[in-house]
Design a protein around this ligand. Structure first.
Ligand SMILES: *[C@@H]1O[C@H](CO)[C@@H](O)[C@H](O)[C@H]1NC(C)=O
Ligand SMILES: [Zn+2]
Length: 232
């Protein structure tokens, strides 16, 4: 009856590696529970749904977008805090702050008039979760690129809103948000895994030459090729 210690060993190793991958804790607080937006959150979205999507987006960001399957490549975090709150920069839907915190506007939740609130909410959640986990060259990467990567995650997760930029739209590669996301999508066609590799390079610093390192073409050339592809 030899196998017993082996089974114990296998179970132990399995649970240790399991713990490493799934150790992240997600905390959701409705700090606006008595306001119209906080009440709408409780009725139409809820804390369990938010926690579930935080977990799903975290897995998606690590495995698909950034391809960081080795924990040493990942941001060293063990929790993310998410607040439904009035404390968001005026006019903003949501923001990430600190190392691992996200504030989502209760005012936006109250004012939103479309019939797809949960879908829009989830797209913004994917965007903000990307900010929590992405590298930004220790703050040196342009904010337009950082926002573009966050929108790229939303796009790839199939949560793009109806007015999201179409492929080929935009005036500059660093126009930001959905325009830059579409350009990054193109870069990924030119060089598979581009966004993951670019993120990896941006761990400690930023250089616009990273585009050329990864594709063989300077960013302006890439932008011209991208525009040419969608010209008609
Ligand atoms: C985010 O919301 C929390 C809870 O409502 C608040 O305490 C915090 O100050 C807000 N953060 C920022 C950066 O405004
Ligand atoms: Zn953002």
């Amino acid at each position: 009856m030899a196998p017993k210690p082996f089974i114990v060993y296998a179970l132990l190793t399995f649970s240790l590696s399991f713990a490493k991958i799934f150790a992240m804790d997600y905390y959701v607080t409705n700090d606006a529970a008595d306001t119209p937006g906080g009440i709408r959150f409780t009725n139409e979205i809820g804390i369990p749904y938010t926690k579930e999507k935080m977990g799903m987006s975290n897995d998606f960001i690590w495995s698909v977008i950034f391809q960081q399957n080795d924990p040493s490549d990942q941001k060293p975090l063990d929790s993310v805090d998410f607040y439904i709150t009035t404390f968001v920069v005026e006019g903003a839907i949501a923001m990430s702050w600190g190392n691992n915190k996200i504030n989502f506007s209760s005012v936006f939740l109250s004012d939103y008039r479309g019939d797809d609130l949960k879908y829009i909410y989830t797209g913004v959640l994917y965007h903000e979760m990307t900010h929590v986990f992405q590298w930004n060259g220790e703050g040196q990467a342009p904010s337009e690129l950082i926002e573009g990567v966050a929108e790229y995650t939303k796009l790839k997760a199939n949560y793009a809103q109806s007015d999201f930029a179409k492929p080929g739209e935009g005036d500059r590669w660093d126009q930001g948000y959905d325009y830059t996301a579409r350009f990054l999508e193109y870069c990924d066609e030119v060089s598979a895994g581009f966004v993951a590799s670019l993120n990896k390079k941006m761990r400690y610093d930023y250089n616009v030459g990273y585009f050329e390192d990864l594709t063989g073409k300077p960013v302006d050339q890439l932008w011209n090729d991208y525009k040419a592809k969608y010209e008609h």
